[in-house]
Design a protein around this ligand. Structure first.
Ligand SMILES: Cc1cc2nc3c(=O)[nH]c(=O)nc-3n(C[C@H](O)[C@H](O)[C@H](O)COP(=O)(O)OP(=O)(O)OC[C@H]3O[C@@H](n4cnc5c(N)ncnc54)[C@H](O)[C@@H]3O)c2cc1C
Length: 97
């Protein structure tokens, strides 16, 4: 690896940072593609995704514990729960339309 720095200007440092290469040897197995860990456990939520212990407070997206091999579908899960919770918080009684 060549010597890095010291840099004589912010522009020079910025060029160095933007040109930084990170070699990819190979992707990891999809079984290891854990997108997120932590969050409120599903058992703490009712069927409307409202916190059982805090009535009127709804959760969606990464606030929920998704610890699972979501493999890139976490965004879809966030959109889906966000849309669903919006309807539930708005008073809709229909769970799925
Ligand atoms: C680098 C990176 C790459 C990713 N790639 C993928 C991918 O390829 N596929 C995939 O499915 N998922 C991917 N994810 C995960 C995915 O982006 C997140 O799971 C998803 O965006 C979470 O959505 P969210 O709405 O729960 O939270 P966020 O998108 O974090 O939204 C929370 C929002 O709340 C706002 N906020 C925070 N505090 C307050 C406050 N006090 N008042 C008002 N607003 C507040 C924040 O500004 C933010 O806009 C990636 C994540 C990262 C970081």
């Amino acid at each position: 690896m060549p010597d890095r720095g010291p840099w004589t200007s912010v522009e020079e440092l910025a060029r160095e940072v933007k040109g930084c290469r990170i070699p990819l040897n190979r992707p990891r197995p999809v079984e290891e593609a854990i997108s997120s860990a932590g969050g409120v456990h599903w058992s703490e939520l009712d069927e409307r995704l409202m916190i059982k212990k805090l009535p009127g407070i709804y959760l969606a997206g990464e606030m929920i514990d998704w610890e699972a091999p979501t493999g890139g579908y976490l965004l879809q899960a966030c959109f889906a729960t966000g849309s669903y919770v919006g309807k539930m918080a708005g008073g809709s009684s229909r769970e799925f339309e």
